[in-house]
Ligand binder design. Structure first.
Ligand code: ACO
Length: 315
């Protein structure tokens, strides 16, 4: 599997840590020293998640020089969509004029790695040659804006790639392990017929425990895909990691004993955009011409579930 093109889009509104401190008991020093985040982009009046997903898709198709009609599948990953149904994959299909099958998936922040795993399987089964993967996330809709320990972490954004079955074999590993103690939960609300005794419909999260498991799983996943492809960390050009916390990126870098320049990051001005984060970073690197054909890239992400995964791919 090979990536033919990338695209990304973020909302117009940039919200700084100081902006948050106007309505939350927080400050720039706490947020940036614990997470690396200085600002994030949040959807506001007049723009939708669909707009972002469509823009990221248009860029990815143009970069890949692929016509929408030549796509064999669209996989869209999102935790929350503008609508429950239809899936965003179908909405984007309509916007770009594709005719292929479409599906939406949800593996929380690990979504891009899961989508790559699905795309790889579809290609190996001979069911698709060119697949559009979109990760579009509106975390601002599901976070509790009164919970300072979590709302400061997230941002909105969308990324897209076109992958094809040309290129070298990739190694993908995905995991899931239901772990309620992490409290990575967004529950459903009440209905007229059922009262939930724990009617909490916004994100709650046990930050420290997530931090530890995320670091542990990512190191494991990355080592697994390196071993599976008989590659060492030194052979890898970039480790493009889920942008959840700069300290997690640093911890993984320490485990792999690799130089800082191999661990690009943009969390400073994006925050955690869930499954879109790896794609936003990949697109930044691609647009800056920092990746050459033949470079080995490792993607790795983790999220609610608890899910995690890594993929080693040659650009
Ligand atoms: N501003 C100021 N103070 C704060 C804030 C804030 N925004 N949030 C919490 N605090 C306070 C706490 O109340 C606590 O105060 P206390 O010591 O008086 O009780 C203190 O700061 C320390 O809080 P900790 O939780 O111990 O801080 P920690 O250093 O662990 O950092 C953080 C918290 C940033 C959440 C970290 O644990 C983390 O990044 N965890 C990983 C989260 C993650 O990656 N999530 C993404 C995957 S999950 C998903 O997919 C939904």
């Amino acid at each position: 599997m090979k990536i033919l093109g990338t695209g990304s889009a973020i909302p117009k509104l940039e919200v700084t840590n100081d902006d948050l401190a106007k309505f939350l008991d927080t400050n720039d020093e706490w947020i940036s020293s614990r997470t690396g985040i200085k600002s994030r982009h949040i959807l506001s009046e007049g723009e939708t998640l669909t707009d972002l997903a469509a823009e990221a898709t248009r860029q990815a198709l143009a970069d890949a020089k692929v016509d929408a009609k030549d796509l064999d599948y669209i996989i869209c990953h999102n935790i929350m969509n503008d609508r429950c149904i239809p899936g965003m994959s179908c909405i984007i299909q309509g916007i770009i004029g594709a005719t292929c099958p479409c599906v939406d998936t949800n593996a929380a922040c690990t979504g891009f790695i899961y989508a790559l795993d699905h795309a790889d399987a579809l290609m190996k089964a001979g069911k698709a040659n060119k697949i559009l993967i979109i990760c579009a996330e509106q975390m601002s809709m599901m976070i509790d804006w009164e919970r300072r320990e979590s709302c400061v972490l997230f941002g909105d954004g969308a990324g897209a790639v076109v992958v094809s079955n040309e290129g070298e074999d990739c190694a993908v590993k995905v995991t899931a392990c239901y772990t309620p103690a992490l409290n990575c939960n967004v529950k459903q609300g009440d209905t007229p017929f059922r009262k939930d005794t724990t009617t909490y419909d916004k994100l709650e999260m046990a930050g420290r425990e997530v931090f530890k498991l995320a670091t542990h799983n990512s190191c494991n996943d990355i080592q697994t895909v390196l071993d599976a492809s008989h590659t060492t960390a030194s052979d890898v050009k970039y480790f493009i990691l889920h942008q959840a916390n700069l300290r997690i990126v640093e911890a993984i870098r320490g485990f792999l004993e690799q130089p800082e320049e191999k661990f690009p990051h943009n969390i400073e001005h994006r925050g955690n955009t869930s499954s879109a984060s790896v794609l936003l970073l990949l697109d930044d690197l691609n647009k800056a011409n920092k990746i050459q054909r033949g470079d080995k890239l490792v993607f790795s992400a983790f999220g609610a579930g608890f899910t995690s995964g890594a993929c080693l791919m040659t650009w």
